[in-house]
Design a protein around this ligand. Structure first.
Ligand SMILES: O=P(O)(O)OC[C@H]1O[C@](O)(CO)[C@@H](O)[C@@H]1O
Length: 578
């Protein structure tokens, strides 16, 4: 270790991990407004007609009104949300989607019109028709009124989740103190689906987008700059902004490797490869605009993912990378994911949560629980879990489930239906299908969640998913280090034949050329301090990535070159859709 560099011992170099990646945009004819005065100057040019602020659920309407709208020369102001159906009517309408469960619902197919008293909206449309002066309509659903100037006011899913924790309510709900899981469920299964449909239906008419993630510093771009940025992103590698969250089993590794706050108790998850949850920072000179990465999936699906993948998955991004840190932490819950037919029938999701654990690091006793031991009695197993859930006794997981030692660079494949969890002292890079909330916890080791309540266990769902024939021999043969050598530097490491992702690992100390196979690729530098991604045909600028960082390569790039910038050599793992 070099003198003067402080480490906790998980890495022998100073981490270059970038927590706030900004993707620098090249010049466009579009405009960027980097603070409130410049937004006001631009919008004040509109003196007649209707400005519509279509706000994503979770945007602070009071502040929007106070800091921006009230500073315009408004003749008539309409908060569209005052025309929404009552809380009771909406709750009744959503009963089937929200269910009684704390976690799982049914994807909503509603449109924004379903949430509004449409006869009153029609009347409002008539009242506003040809009105003199400036009318401003704002709120979730404001685009029900035809705009002369349409502004999307955007915040990211992670920002919404942080606001839920501070008391943000769901749309038309007085649920400030409600269980966070239920608020998230309402967002995930209903509101975000409806909000993304509004974007889908109105993107062609959008004039500006306000990035309202930082409530004190709104920023804005016009449609040309926005469109041009999406185009640029489909032609270059990029990273999404990661976020980190503590958990009951969380560890200490990411603190050091990802440059996080050492005073936090732990970090469990990092999501950095989930467009629905992560964001992208678009760099314009000395400022940036943060947009949900989902915008790129929604508005450039074919270029981003490739025609073949788009044809198969539509506007759903299929690959997920995330980090699970149990170093000096605890075991994840013992869990299983639904089979495809079950997730389709019960929840309305089209494909399932197939997973894999790529091991980034372990302590000497790092483990992965995977598959059943031989001759397990299903009856005894279920009875023991049921009595463990009722608190009668602890569940003896080791009696039923294989526990395999895990070491750096092992790859464990976890097709849906396989009982599993990462043990403590194991640092996992999860490489999975991009479905991420359909986890049926079976046993949580008798502990409480960080909120002091037991975390939700779903035995009934879990029992329907478990595949009892996945025993020790089957797991050893099918799921652990199924490495196929392609060349001196390239190997296929998975996933299992029932999973639609293929993963390839590259070991190199100079440079490698990596094919994308007509699919979007997601990759992570799993060894080496840094590497440079370069274009073979000069179509994009060099892009530096660092140890443990995840990045995306759009399908438009057929082959990319990665140069190792570490004398000790590099390893990179990437996934594409088969
Ligand atoms: O349920 P636990 O114990 O928090 O496990 C970690 C979770 O994170 C995921 O890996 C990703 O969401 C799930 O598969 C899993 O439920």
């Amino acid at each position: 270790m070099k003198k003067g560099i402080e480490t906790m011992g998980y890495i022998h170099f100073k981490s270059f991990y970038d927590k706030y990646p900004v993707i620098q945009m090249k010049e466009s004819n579009g405009s960027v407004f980097k603070d409130t005065p410049s937004i006001l100057k631009e919008l004040s040019r509109v003196q007649e007609g209707v400005i519509v602020f279509e706000t994503y659920p979770g945007v602070d309407l009071e502040r929007l009104n106070q800091d921006i709208i009230s500073k315009l020369n408004v003749t008539k102001l309409v908060n569209i949300e005052t025309y929404a159906k009552s809380e009771k009517t909406i709750d009744k309408m959503l009963e089937k989607n929200l269910t009684q469960d704390r976690v799982f619902g049914l994807y909503a197919h509603h449109q924004i019109e379903d949430f509004y008293e449409m006869d009153q909206i029609l009347k409002l449309r008539n009242d506003l028709f040809n009105k003199k002066g400036l009318t401003v309509v704002y709120g979730f659903g404001a685009s029900l009124i035809k705009a002369d100037v349409l502004i999307f006011v955007s915040i990211t899913r992670w920002e919404i989740q942080l606001r839920y924790r501070k008391g943000l309510t769901n749309f038309q709900s007085k649920n400030s103190d409600e269980d966070i899981l239920r608020k998230y469920k309402r967002g995930y299964f209903v509101e975000w689906r409806v909000a993304d449909r509004i974007k889908e239906n109105n993107i062609q008419s959008m004039n500006y987008l306000i990035d309202y993630n930082d409530i004190d510093h709104p920023k804005m771009i016009d449609y040309i700059a926005y469109e041009n940025s999406l185009n640029q992103l489909t032609n270059r590698p990029f990273r999404m902004v990661p976020y980190f969250d503590p958990g009951i089993w969380g560890g200490q590794w990411m603190k050091e490797v990802c440059n996080l706050d050492p005073k936090e108790q732990n970090y469990a998850w990092s999501f950095d490869g989930v467009p629905e949850e992560n964001s992208i920072r678009l760099g314009f000179d000395d400022t940036f605009i943060e947009i949900p990465a989902q915008d790129l999936v929604q508005f450039r699906p074919k270029e981003l993912m490739g025609a073949r993948v788009y044809g198969r998955f539509g506007k759903k991004f299929p690959i997920r990378f995330d980090l699970l840190d149990t170093m000096e932490g605890g075991n994840l819950s013992l869990q299983v994911h639904p089979l495809t037919e079950y997730i389709q029938d019960q929840f309305g999701m089209t494909y399932t949560q197939d997973e894999s654990y790529y091991i980034l690091d372990t302590k000497d006793d790092g483990t992965v629980y995977l598959g059943f031991k031989d001759s397990v009695s299903q009856d005894a197993f279920e009875k023991d879990l049921i009595s463990a859930e009722s608190g009668e006794k602890m569940f003896d997981a080791d009696k039923y489930v294989n526990v395999f030692p895990a070491k750096k660079h092992d790859h464990f494949l976890i097709p849906a239906g396989t009982i599993h969890c990462s043990g403590k002292n194991t640092m996992v890079l999860e490489i999975s299908a991009c479905v991420y909330i359909f986890t049926f916890k079976l046993w949580d080791w008798g502990r409480q969640g960080l909120d002091g309540r037991p975390r939700p266990v779903h035995l009934e769902h879990g029992f329907k998913a478990l595949q009892y024939d996945r025993n020790t021999e089957w797991v050893e043969n099918q799921l652990i280090n199924r490495i196929e050598k392609i060349s001196d530097y390239e190997e296929i490491t998975g996933l299992h034949e029932t999973e639609f992702l293929e993963t390839r690992r590259y070991t190199f100390d100079d440079a490698v050329d990596i094919k994308t196979f007509g699919s979007v690729n997601m990759a992570n530098l799993v060894d080496g301090q840094k590497a440079l991604i370069t274009s073979i045909d000069g179509s994009f600028d060099d892009y530096e990535i660092h140890y443990a960082e995840t990045f995306v390569v759009p399908s438009t790039i057929e082959t990319f070159r990665v140069k190792c910038l570490d004398q000790q050599g590099c390893k990179l793992i990437k996934a594409h859709v088969r």
